[in-house]
Every structure is written in C-alpha cells, then in structure tokens.
Ligand binder design. Structure first.
Ligand code: CAA
Length: 246
C-alpha cells in the first residue's frame, strides 16, 4: 500500500482520534490541527506511547488564513496532502425559537465553512497529482434532522451537498469525495446530551448501543485505498441502524 499524507481536522477529539489512529496504522503519515496547545501536547504523548507519530499543527478551521497555514505546514513537513478528512465539528443545541445568532454562526462556521477553508488549499494539488481522497464527517442528524439542532443539521446536510458537487467536478482527476454520516457515538459530544434524552435516543438504535469511534474510523478508511477509486459522492451511514434512508 502507498503511504500518503492525511490531514484530519479535529483529530484530537473522540472520533478524530480514532481516524488518526486508523489511518496511521494503515501506514499513512497523519497530521491534525489543534487550538489548545497543552491539551494537544498531552494527546500527542498518548499517541506516541501507542507508537503513533502524528503531526500537530496549530489552527482554527473557521478561518481561511489559518486553514491555509495548516496545509502549508503539513506540506512542508510531511509532503502534499493527498487525503483530507473534514472531521472538526461542534454542537450548540437549542430549539430554534430560542437560538441566538452566535449559536447559529459558530456551528455553521466550524462545521461547514471549515470544509471550504480546508478543501480550497488542497484541491489544486490533488488535481495536479491526479489523486485525492476527501471525506466529510457529517451526521445522522444531517440526514433526518433533530429536535434542537436546526444549526447542526443545516451544517451537516450542507456538508453532503458539498460532497456531491465536488465529487462531480473532480471525478476525472482521480479524486473521490464522500461523506460518512455517524449516528450517536459514545464521545464527549453525545455524553453531553442530558441522560434521560440520551437514553431515549439509545432506545431507538436497533443495535442497542451507542457507536464507538472505531466504528466510524472503519467507515472512513473504506473510502481511502486505491481500490475505492470508483466510489465517489456516496453518503455512508454508520449509525447502528437508527436511520436507514436510501
Ligand atoms: N421530539 C418531540 N418533542 C421533543 C423532542 C423530540 N425529539 N425532544 C424534546 N421534546 C419536547 C419535550 O418533551 C418538551 O415537551 P413539553 O414542554 O411538552 O414537556 C419540549 O420539547 C421541550 O424539550 P426540552 O425540555 O428538551 O427543551 P430544552 O430547551 O430544555 O432542551 C434540547 C432542548 C437542548 C435541544 C434538548 O432537547 C436536547 O438536548 N436534545 C437532544 C439533542 C441532540 O440529540 N443532540 C445531539 C448531540 S450529539 C451530536 O450531535 C452528534 C451527532 O452527530 C449524532
């Protein structure tokens, strides 16, 4: 297998860590961004203890200039980015009639505008090299909507709209663009949902459990190898059967 350079946004978070681990274990050279330096350094040590050397670059995906700087640093230190995983994301859950403008814009900027910011600096090189893999980490709630998540569902649905447009524009350049839509995974983000509400959600999952970050990393890795060259514009649900749109 060819070792390539992968940039995973939000790689120090719950799902992001599993994606970094997986791509690294497949032999790729992996980088991720951070905002909190101390937290990131502690994370890197933990990864090193597992035998994984993951490059950390500072930067906030909400800002185009910082996204460009991240890509420049990764390119300088590891080589051109061939694999981009747009994973960084936040929630600001509240019913829409109570939603403030900043709860809307923080989620749209972090979850959706970030995808523009990160993809724009890598797409030209991928087209020139005639190889690329871009994966959006969307959500079940972008597919089905969710009470209290008008902002998040709009951003997550938007990510797949981006996927299917970019997939068409870049198919002839050896670049695939796909989406993974995780269901409820046992990360800090989901554990922040009040327990009674969370229990009701788990009761709707046919597998009878929350997903694990590894469940999602497996789905992401599916899109990456050369053999996946004909799979583009797909939206892969990994949700324990909670939502089965087609
Ligand atoms: N459908 C219909 N009615 C609902 C409902 C639902 N899903 N959820 C709540 N309601 C009703 C309640 O029963 C309540 O009704 P009454 O007033 O008649 O009793 C009313 O709506 C108010 O509900 P809350 O008390 O919950 O309202 P709140 O303002 O206190 O809380 C909320 C709103 C913060 C959105 C809360 O409902 C919540 O946290 N919901 C979970 C949101 C969620 O799933 N977030 C996912 C986070 S993880 C993630 O996003 C990862 C991923 O990709 C999956």
């Amino acid at each position: 297998m060819t070792s390539r350079v992968a940039l995973v946004t939000g790689g120090t978070g719950g799902i992001g860590t599993a994606i970094c681990r997986k791509l690294s274990s497949l032999g790729h050279r992996v980088a991720t961004n951070y905002r909190d330096r101390d937290r990131a350094m502690a994370w890197q040590e933990k990864m090193r203890a597992e035998g994984l050397d993951i490059l950390l670059v500072p930067g906030d995906v909400r800002y185009g200039d910082q996204a460009q700087a991240m890509v420049d640093e990764v390119t300088g230190r590891l080589g051109p980015v061939d694999i981009l995983i747009n994973n960084a994301g936040i929630t600001r859950d509240t019913t829409f009639h109570k939603m403030e403008a900043d709860q809307w814009s923080e989620v749209i900027d972090t979850n959706l505008t970030s995808v523009f910011n990160m993809t724009r600096p890598v797409i030209g090189g991928m087209r020139e090299r005639r190889w690329g893999r871009i994966v959006q980490i969307s959500s079940i709630n972008g597919q089905k909507g969710q009470y209290g998540q008008a902002n998040y569902a709009a951003a997550k649905a938007g990510m797949h709209g981006f996927t299917i447009s970019l997939a068409q524009e870049n198919a002839k350049f050896g670049i695939t663009v796909n989406t993974v839509s995780p269901g409820y995974i046992g990360t800090d983000m989901v554990m922040a949902v009040p327990e009674d509400i969370r229990n009701k959600i788990v009761a709707q999952i046919p597998t009878g459990r929350l997903g694990t970050p590894d469940d999602i990393a497996y789905a992401v890795a599916f899109f990456v190898p050369d053999e996946a060259a004909w799979i583009t514009g797909a939206n892969l649900s990994a949700n324990g059967g909670q939502y089965m749109g087609w």
